[in-house]
Design a protein around this ligand. Structure first.
Ligand code: NAD
Length: 569
């Protein structure tokens, strides 16, 4: 494994010692600067003659790189052009994305990355990250030593079973950890050599992939049960040994494994799950912002969550952590939130197949006190009528579940209802923003999972915020590794939500915006990181530092893609 150590000289310029000479320098994507190598570097590194004469600037290269990537209208071709750029010159790749963040985010991540996962075997050129398969059992530690860089701080791992809304993508799921780590790099400045994507490729139950002669993954039905668990145990133990400073982000596991792994390893390895906790962070940030608009603090909100899967339960967990932080009793907190699954309100008179639902079920007594009958299924309309929510969040994956009568009923009791149809993609949203605006006469405060255009209503333009997890996880990850916290806990996501909300200007609040502009992502991530790190210190999970020192530490860890001066080592 390579050590890649940027240093800063007396003039404040970044320098990098290069162990390679000649052709290998231009072939290495972290050392290659293309036509931007200076004449001195060309001489010193033995690459004279390997490049045309002119020395160009990074800015020039960014212009040309961007033009090259965007020459095609097809998002997948753009994805391939970007991947190709990354494999040649990683600094230029990240700089192009940083400078065109809003436009290129949907290419390097959802929705285009989903297509790339589906086409993975066909598109595969050069591997990024590690695939761990059952063939490595007993040798996983050794396999981890094949990683390109030694100082790994952030690992994103998936077992490929629930890739976005696309189900089991086998080895192709690797597109997700790769894309997510790129967002850590561009969003929070984690250095690319400190990231490691891992695909826990334990087979696939996707019949199409198993039958596809070009499939590049481990061609077996999925490992399950004890065999899966013991292989994961070996992998986690090996990660702790080989990369002791790394934060592990669980990504796109199917619901049952997602909850089990998060709980099993919570205290064993520094880790979190973005589908559960990151989603919750951005939903809670929306609730906080809606509260700024309506003047209702979070403890006074009545919140309904439709869909008790990874995202819905995550949101409820983080909301409960927040209410707990605000010193509400467990009973008060429980009664501030109502959760529904496909069979209606969670009430303790029901028997649940998923044990975790018990924790969020209302007592029958509370349901009765609101005039609901807990001995029968209680649907969303009945809950809205009885509970009079101020916030309605959809994580059911089912379109048209926020119907006109439900939304009109909510608007009867609430001046500015906050309605978040979070299910993706657009066609799965619980309601279309156009309808929400019409049914509430332009009063709804809307945040969706996928991007929607703003809605024109009676001469006004009503914004539709996108509850993108990218506001949350890069900053949380940076805050965790910069502070040296021993655990990532639920309340950190509530703290992150407030830090995001605080980035909204008063003008933006007055205009009804729920999230700050994405173009400020790096500044937002910085604030999230600082808030999360300080919170870890408050909880006694991280060594104490004063705020100024910690801010300096965070700033020093945020890499901005520029070329360091290369010096032969
Ligand atoms: P999941 O499969 O774990 O959970 C969905 C849950 O909804 C399941 O428990 C299911 O039983 C329940 N459900 C199904 N039909 C229902 C109905 N009619 N009424 C109530 N509940 C119903 O999936 P997940 O990971 O929790 O994701 C759910 C949705 O949230 C997806 O569409 C996903 O794209 C979206 N999501 C959005 C964001 C974001 O916007 N930032 C982040 C993560 C997930």
């Amino acid at each position: 494994m390579e050590r890649y150590e940027l240093t800063v000289n007396d003039e404040g310029e970044e320098e990098l010692k290069v162990p390679l000479r000649g052709h290998s320098v231009v072939e290495h994507n972290m050392y290659n600067h293309g036509t931007a190598f200076t004449r001195e570097e060309r001489r010193a590194l033995g690459i004279e003659g390997l490049l045309p004469s002119r020395v160009r600037t990074l800015e020039d290269q960014v212009r040309q790189g961007y033009a090259h990537v965007t020459v095609t209208p097809d998002p997948l071709e753009k994805y391939v052009a970007l991947a190709d750029l990354e494999s040649r010159n990683a600094t230029l790749y990240y700089r192009v994305i940083v400078e065109h963040l809003e436009e290129l985010l949907p290419i390097v991540y959802t929705p285009t990355v989903g297509r790339a996962c589906q086409e993975f075997s066909h598109l595969f050129r050069r591997g990024r990250g590690l695939w761990i398969t059952p063939e490595h059992r007993g040798r996983i530690e050794q396999v981890l030593e094949s990683a390109p860089y030694a100082d790994v701080r952030l690992i994103v791992m998936t077992d490929n079973e629930r890739i976005l809304g696309l189900g089991d993508q086998g080895a192709g799921g690797m597109g997700i950890p790769v894309g997510k780590l790129d967002l850590y790099v561009v969003g929070a400045g984690i250095h690319p050599t400190q990231t490691l994507p891992i695909s826990f490729d334990v087979g696939t139950d996707n019949a199409e992939l198993l039958e596809n002669p070009s499939y590049v993954g481990y061609r077996h039905p999925r490992l399950r049960g004890e065999e899966y668990e013991s292989l994961m145990e070996e992998l986690v133990t090996a990660i702790q040994k080989v990369f002791p400073k790394a934060l592990l982000q669980w990504e796109d596991f199917k619901k049952v494994n997602a909850f089990e792994l998060l709980d099993r390893y919570d205290e064993k390895i520094l880790s979190f799950n973005d589908d559960i906790q990151g989603t919750a962070g951005i939903a809670v940030a929306g609730v906080v912002a809606a509260g700024r608009i309506t003047g209702t603090p979070i403890e006074k909100q009545r919140i309904v969550v439709l869909g008790a899967g990874a995202a819905g339960v995550g949101i409820t967990r983080i909301l409960q952590a927040e209410l707990d932080r605000l010193a509400m009793t467990a009973e008060q907190a429980e009664q501030a939130i109502a959760v529904l699954d496909s069979r209606g309100l969670l009430v303790d008179t029901r028997e649940f197949d998923d044990e975790y639902k018990n924790k969020f079920a209302w007592s029958a007594e509370h349901a009765r006190s609101l005039g609901l009958n807990p001995d029968e299924p209680i649907d969303l309309l009945a809950v809205v009528r009885a509970f009079k929510p101020t916030v309605l969040i959809g994580t059911s994956g089912v379109p048209e579940t926020f119907t006109e009568d439900i939304v009109r009923e909510m608007a009867k009791h609430c001046e500015r209802p906050a309605i978040f149809p979070f299910s993706n993609p657009n066609d799965n949203a619980e309601a279309h923003p156009d309808d929400l605006v019409a049914w509430t006469d332009g009063k709804a405060l809307i945040a969706s999972g996928s991007p929607f255009d703003p809605v024109e209503w009676k001469g006004a333009t009503i914004p539709v915020a996108q509850g993108n997890n990218v506001y949350v996880f890069p900053g949380v990850g940076l805050g965790a590794i910069a502070s040296g916290t021993s655990r990532v806990v639920d309340s950190m996501f509530a703290v992150a939500a407030h830090a995001i909300g605080d980035q909204l200007s008063d003008e933006a609040v007055a205009a009804g915006h729920l999230y700050p502009p994405l173009e400020n992502l790096r500044a937002i991530s910085r604030e999230v990181a600082i808030a999360v790190g300080l919170h870890a210190m408050e909880l006694g999970l991280a060594p104490q530092q004063d705020r100024a020192a910690f801010e300096k530490k965070v700033d020093s860890m945020m890499w901005y893609p520029t070329y360091p001066t290369l010096i032969p080592s």
